[in-house]
Write a protein that binds this ligand. Structure first.
Ligand code: HEC
Length: 150
C-alpha cells in the first residue's frame, strides 16, 4: 500500500509541473488525481474501521495528499475538458462543473476546509473515527451533484 501511495504522489507531482499537452491528457491527469483521493481515503477508512492499526505518519501523509488535490480542484477541471471522458473508468464529470461553476468552486472550498479540519483534529484512532465520516460526506456531497456514473 505504501508503495502505491508514494508512486501516486510522484505521478501527481509530475502532473503538476508539466502542462497538459491536450485536453484528453488533462482528463486523464484529473482522473489520476481523483484516484489519489480514493487511495488516501482508503488509508483513513481502513484505520477508522480497525482493519489496520492507527499510524499517525500514514494519516498525515494521506491528509497531505488530500490537501494537495483539494487545493488544486478547480484547476483540475478547466473549460477545455468539458464534455470529455476518461478513456477507462466508471465515472466522468458532469457538465454542471462548468455550467454551475460558482457552486462547484464552493464544494471545492468546502473540501479544502474539511481536510484542514481533519488535519487539526485527527490525533488518534478515536478522533479519526469521529472525523472520518464528516470528510467522507464532503466527497459524497460533491459526487452526487458533479460526478456522473456511466
Ligand atoms: C468538489 C467535488 C469533489 C469532491 C469534494 C470529491 N470529488 Fe471525487 N470526483 C469528483 C468528480 C467531478 C469526479 C469525476 C471525474 C473523474 O472521475 O475523473 C470524481 C471522481 C472520483 C472518483 C472516480 C475516479 C475514476 O476512477 O474515474 C473517485 C474514486 C473519487 N472521486 C473519490 C473521491 C474521494 C474519496 C473524495 C473525498 C476524500 C472525493 N472524491 C472528493 C468530484 C469531487
Amino acid at each position: 500500500m505504501r508503495r502505491t501511495i508514494v508512486l501516486t504522489g510522484a505521478l501527481l507531482l509530475g502532473a503538476g509541473v508539466a502542462m497538459a499537452q491536450s485536453p484528453q491528457e488533462q482528463v486523464e491527469k484529473t482522473q489520476l488525481a481523483m484516484k489519489s483521493n480514493l487511495t488516501s481515503a482508503i488509508v483513513l477508512s481502513d484505520m477508522a474501521r480497525d482493519k489496520k492499526p492507527y499510524d499517525q505518519a500514514a494519516v498525515d501523509k494521506a491528509l497531505a495528499e488530500l490537501d494537495d488535490v483539494a487545493k488544486r480542484f478547480p484547476s483540475l477541471f478547466p473549460e477545455s475538458i468539458k464534455g470529455l471522458k476518461p478513456a477507462k473508468g466508471d465515472f466522468y464529470t458532469s457538465p454542471k462543473v462548468w455550467t454551475e461553476r460558482a457552486d462547484f468552486e464552493a464544494y471545492s472550498a468546502t473540501f479544502v476546509k474539511a481536510v484542514a479540519q481533519a488535519k487539526a483534529k485527527i490525533k488518534d484512532v478515536d478522533s479519526l473515527k469521529a472525523e472520518f465520516p464528516d470528510l467522507n460526506k464532503v466527497c459524497m456531497g460533491c459526487h452526487e451533484k458533479f460526478r456522473v456514473k456511466g
